[in-house]
Write a protein that binds this ligand. Structure first.
Ligand code: FAD
Length: 303
C-alpha cells in the first residue's frame, strides 16, 4: 500500500485493547479523535478495499489469533467526550458507559444508572443494545450519530433496530456520538442507586479476571425452561471447565476467563465444548453473544 493516512499504524497488537487479552494484530490501526477524521478514514479504507472494524473497550470482543485484515479504529479525544446540555448528556461513541452513569449521577440526572456495571463504550453499548437490571438503552437514548465513508447520519432509537443484544449498526458503520435524554433527580438518590448496583454486581459476578462478560445469549427456547445460558452451562457440567488457558469461570458459568496464556483458539474450543454439552443434555442450541473481529475458525461448532 502506498502512503498511509496520518495516524494509521501497520501491524498493531489488538489483544491489549480487549478485556480477555487474546488475539493478533490489526493490519492497520488508528486512534480517531474527531468526526471528520472518522469519516475520512472510513472513506480511505473503503476506497482501498479494506474492511473497517472498530474496538470500543473490547469488553465483548474476540480478536482472531491470525489478526484482522483491514482498518481497525478506536475512538478517542472529541469522540470520547461527555458534555452536559441541560438534562441531556452528549457523548462520543468512545466515552465509557460507567463514566456516563457517574457523570449523570453527579449532575442529578436519572435514566442511565444501569450503565454503571457495563464496562463498554457508548458505541459498543448501542451496537450491542447493552442492558442490565432492566434498564433500557432505547428509553434513555435521544439520538445516535452513525458514521460511514459518506458522512454522518443521525438516527433515533426507533431507527436502530434494537432487539435482544442487537441493533442494525452494520459492520463498517461507526457510532460516532450519542445523546441521552435524562430526567432530573436528587443527586444522592442517583448515587445510592449506582452504589447498590455495584454491590449487587460484586456479589453475582467474578471481578478482576480477564473476560468478555457473557459468552452466550440467554436462549429463547422452551426446552431451556426459562434457564439462563449460565444456568444451562452449569447444569451441563461446564463450571470451571478448561481448554488450554481458557476456562468457564467458577463463579459465573457463562463467563470465560483467560487464566493467563489463553489464545482465541482456546476460547473458541471451550465455547464449542460448552455449546455441545448444553445441546446434548437439553437440546438447546446456544448462540454467542460475544462479537468477533477477523477471520475465525470455529472447530467443533457443528452439532
Ligand atoms: C465484566 C463484564 C460485565 C459485563 N456486563 C454486561 C451487562 O451487564 N450487560 C451487557 O449488555 N453487557 C455486559 N458486558 C458486555 C459488554 O460490556 C457490552 O456488550 C458492551 O456494550 C460492549 O461495549 P464495548 O465498547 O466494550 O464494545 P467492544 O467489545 O469493543 O465491541 C463489541 C461490538 O461492538 C462494536 N463496536 C464497538 N464500538 C463501536 C462503535 N463506536 N460503533 C460501532 N460499533 C462498535 C465492535 O466492532 C464489536 O462488534 C459485560 C462485559 C464484561 C467484561
Amino acid at each position: 500500500m502506498s502512503r498511509l493516512p496520518s495516524g494509521v499504524q501497520p501491524d498493531y497488537p489488538l489483544a491489549r485493547l480487549t478485556t480477555v487479552r487474546t488475539g493478533g494484530t490489526g493490519e492497520f490501526f488508528a486512534r480517531v479523535g474527531s468526526a471528520d477524521q472518522l469519516v475520512a478514514l472510513i472513506a480511505w479504507a473503503t476506497d482501498a478495499g479494506l474492511e473497517v472494524g472498530v474496538v470500543g473497550s473490547g469488553s465483548n470482543l474476540l480478536v482472531s489469533d491470525d489478526g484482522v485484515r483491514g482498518l481497525v479504529m478506536k475512538l478517542d479525544k472529541d469522540l470520547a467526550q461527555i458534555e452536559r446540555d441541560g438534562t441531556r448528556l452528549h457523548c462520543g461513541g468512545g466515552a465509557r458507559l460507567p463514566a456516563v452513569s457517574a457523570r449523570a449521577a453527579n449532575a442529578g440526572l436519572s435514566g442511565i444508572e444501569f450503565g454503571v456495571n457495563i464496562p463498554g463504550t457508548v458505541g459498543g453499548a448501542v451496537r450491542m443494545n447493552a442492558n442490565a437490571y432492566g434498564g433500557e438503552l432505547a428509553r434513555a437514548l435521544d439520538w445516535v450519530d452513525v458514521a460511514t465513508g459518506s458522512g454522518i447520519e443521525r438516527r433515533s432509537p426507533d431507527q436502530l433496530g434494537f432487539a435482544y443484544r442487537r441493533s442494525n449498526i452494520a459492520r463498517g458503520e461507526v457510532v460516532a456520538a450519542a445523546s441521552f435524554a435524562l430526567a432530573p433527580a436528587p443527586v444522592e438518590q442517583v448515587k445510592a442507586t449506582l452504589a447498590e448496583m455495584r454491590e449487587q454486581r460484586k456479589a453475582a459476578q467474578p471481578s478482576g479476571i480477564k473476560t468478555f462478560g457473557s459468552t452466550f445469549k440467554n436462549p429463547d427456547d422452551p426446552r431451556a425452561e426459562g434457564r439462563s445460558a449460565g444456568q444451562l452451562l452449569d447444569a451441563a457440567g461446564c463450571r470451571g471447565l478448561r481448554v488450554g488457558g481458557a476456562g468457564f469461570s467458577e463463579k459465573h458459568a457463562n463467563f470465560v476467563e483467560n487464566h493467563g496464556t489463553a489464545t482465541t483458539a482456546d476460547v473458541l474450543a471451550l465455547m464449542a465444548e460448552g455449546r455441545r454439552r448444553v445441546h446434548e443434555r437439553f437440546g438447546v442450541v446456544l448462540e454467542p453473544e460475544v462479537q468477533t473481529l477477523g477471520r475465525l475458525d470455529w472447530p467443533g461448532w457443528e452439532l
